[in-house]
Structure formats: C-alpha cells, structure tokens
Design a protein around this ligand. Structure first.
Ligand SMILES: [Zn+2]
Length: 178
C-alpha cells in the first residue's frame, strides 16, 4: 500500500544519504548533517507542524480538532505553526472563513513571523522546510505535497479517512502507520 511504499522510499533515501556521505563526502551539500542519521535529529517531539490554509479548512469540514488529531497521529506533543503568509491568506478569505481564522489564532498555535519577500504562502512554506529541518508540513494540496517530497527530511501530514496521517516519517519515531 501507499504507506509501505513511502516507508521504503524513506529507507532508500536514507541509504543514499549514508552512501553519499561515505563515498562522496564533499559531493552532497543538499543533505544537511542532521540527516546523516537514520532519522532527522531536529524533528522533535514536540513536533512543530507547519499548517497551510487548506489543511485548516479541511480539518474544519471533517470536524477534526487540529491539535488533538495531530497528537492522535504522532502520539506526542504537537505544536501547529502558522506563518505570517498563511495567516494573511486566511484573513483575505473573509467572513466565510472566520472559523479558520479563529482556529489559526488559537493560543495553542505558534505564530512564525515572515521576513522574506513576497506573500505567496506555498513558497513561504517550501522555503521554511528547506532551510530548517525541524518541521513537519501539514497540507492537503497536491502541488505543495509534490514540491515538498523533493526536499529531504520533511514529513508530510495529510487528512484521510477522517483522521490525520503522516508520510515520510522516519520509522524511528514510532509513528503509527495505517
Ligand atoms: Zn511567509
């Protein structure tokens, strides 16, 4: 099934990383040293999970409490994070999305200020997970998932079967697989 494939893919990626360090120690600038180990040592817990606008909207539609569902998925403390760009995106959506806005402003959510140019939320999130390997990205957006899968060491949280699920999570974290 998909999960097994994702886990096998993660293992291959790990082996590639290790091999490239052993055989080409100077040729792998794309792989930060924290990824040398079988798991990304900066991930957590507590897990810092970057959420995008659609993830919040889909959670509302599925009647899932974001913080609780994240913990049900990872069996650990989770801190949802909202960047300025995502917050601006939700604010722009107006009255129809006031529930999403209220959730985004929940004190359990951590606000991440943006200093970069532009306000396009997808670019903002991709940039952050590329630069800092301490995040999980929560999204239901196909294009964004595709972009993030190309970045080593970034697990993706998504919604399926009325629960949150995770892909590309290293086995060492003991995250449940459905
Ligand atoms: Zn931003």
């Amino acid at each position: 099934n998909g999960c097994r494939k994702a886990s096998l893919f993660g293992k291959c990626q790990y082996l590639l990383t290790v091999c490239s360090h052993i055989y080409f120690p100077t040729c792998s600038p794309k792989y930060p040293s924290c990824l040398f180990f079988q798991y990304n040592t900066q991930l957590g817990p507590p897990y810092h999970i970057l959420v995008d606008t659609n993830f919040i909207n889909f959670s509302i539609k599925a009647k899932l409490d974001i913080v609780q569902s994240m913990m049900d998925c990872l069996y650990a403390k989770c801190i949802p994070c909202i960047t300025d760009c995502v917050m601006a995106e939700i604010e722009k959506l107006g009255m129809k999305y006031r529930v999403a806005l209220r959730i985004a402003k929940d004190p359990r959510f951590e606000r991440l200020p943006c200093t970069h140019k532009g306000t396009y939320a997808d670019d903002c999130l991709v940039q952050r997970v590329t630069q800092h390997k301490c995040y999980i990205l929560a999204t239901v957006d196909r294009d964004l998932k595709r972009r993030v899968r190309k970045i080593p060491g970034v697990p993706i949280m998504y919604i399926s079967n009325h629960r949150f699920n995770i892909e590309r999570m290293p086995d060492d974290y003991g995250a449940p697989r459905f």
